[in-house]
Design a protein around this ligand. Structure first.
Ligand code: C5P
Length: 296
């Protein structure tokens, strides 16, 4: 029996500008998504019914449930998928509620894996709207690498891959809720049109491989909720990072370093200064979700 594996990477945002609050309850944003080498793994084979087991019992139901929601969306929208089943197993490595897009990547992985497993033959153009329906960050993970995100983040335009960087991730012991962080911005309604100037600026950062001036507008709200995030971000900046930023709506703060940089001493120092934080090194990658045969 065929068993497949979806390698589902995390992301960081190499800059995130909030243009304003839209009439549909979302916020209009401009962001550069960047996939990194920290992966959840979703594995599965065909079965009579649809089941999901998750490696980490502490994973919140709503987050892990995005995989099942992806499957149910296929049942609802793709006639050939009706009556199909699969036994799925999700092995988590990406922290949840950390602004690293773990749940969104798992959802994109589920769409791609079930598309193959059930031989639905949906191309990228058919998968994109389904991904957007599951969440604002989900479409990015179908292509991954480096990409410009606009609208609510679901409009994705792949960019040439940036020069590889080492990424140091600092995850505090608490998660932040994306709706709470956006709500704390307390912006007036400003309409749904994008910001061409910031879009050009962000594309210039990516094409010039220089993110020193990148900013994340959600920091003000997140730092207001948890002051230690600002303290950590400043410590990461002082450690020689090209840029240190909150990823998405947090709670992860990351620093960007040149490829091959020895970040071990930096990680050790930050661990000493911030007990309770989980520090790890990763690197940028030029891909998104990858479907590979499962090794048994
Ligand atoms: O799209 P997703 O389900 O991931 O978004 C979760 C929540 O985050 C939204 O319901 C909204 O409150 C907030 N959000 C937002 N603007 C965005 C993305 C998310 O306000 N661009």
């Amino acid at each position: 029996m065929i068993r497949l594996r979806a390698i589902c990477p995390a992301k960081v945002n190499l800059g995130l500008h909030v243009v304003g609050r839209r009439s549909d309850g979302y916020h209009e944003i401009v962001t550069i998504f960047q996939a990194i080498d920290l992966n959840d793994v979703l594995e599965g084979g065909i079965a009579e019914t649809l089941t999901l087991t998750v490696s980490d019992p502490s994973i919140p139901w709503d987050e892990s449930n995005l995989v099942l929601r992806a499957a149910r969306l296929l049942f609802a929208r793709v006639p050939r998928a009706r009556g199909c089943g699969a036994r799925l197993r999700l092995t988590k490595a990406i922290p949840t509620g950390g602004g690293l897009g773990g749940g969104s990547s798992d959802a994109a992985g589920a769409l791609m894996l079930l598309n193959e497993l059930w031989a639905l033959q949906l191309g990228p153009q058919a998968l994109l709207p389904l991904a957007a329906e599951l969440g604002s960050d989900v479409p990015f993970f179908l292509s991954g690498g480096t990409a410009l995100g606009t609208g609510r983040g679901a409009t994705v335009e792949p960019l040439p891959p940036i020069q590889e960087r080492t990424v140091v991730l600092g995850c505090p012991s608490f998660a932040l809720s994306t709706p709470d962080v956006y709500r704390a911005l307390a912006l007036p309604l400003t309409g749904d049109s994008g910001d061409v100037t910031v879009t050009r600026l962000f594309v210039k950062f990516a094409e010039g491989n220089d993110f020193a001036l990148a900013k994340n507008d959600l920091e003000a709200a997140a730092f207001g909720m948890r002051g230690e995030l600002a303290t950590f971000r400043d410590a990461m900046s002082r450690s020689g990072a090209e840029v240190a930023l909150l990823s998405g709506s947090g709670s992860t703060v990351f620093g960007l370093f040149r490829a091959g940089a020895d970040v071990t001493p930096i990680i050790e120092i930050l661990r000493g200064e911030f007990p309770g934080w989980t520090l790890r090194a990763s690197r940028t990658v030029a891909s998104g979700v990858r479907i590979v045969p499962a090794v048994t």
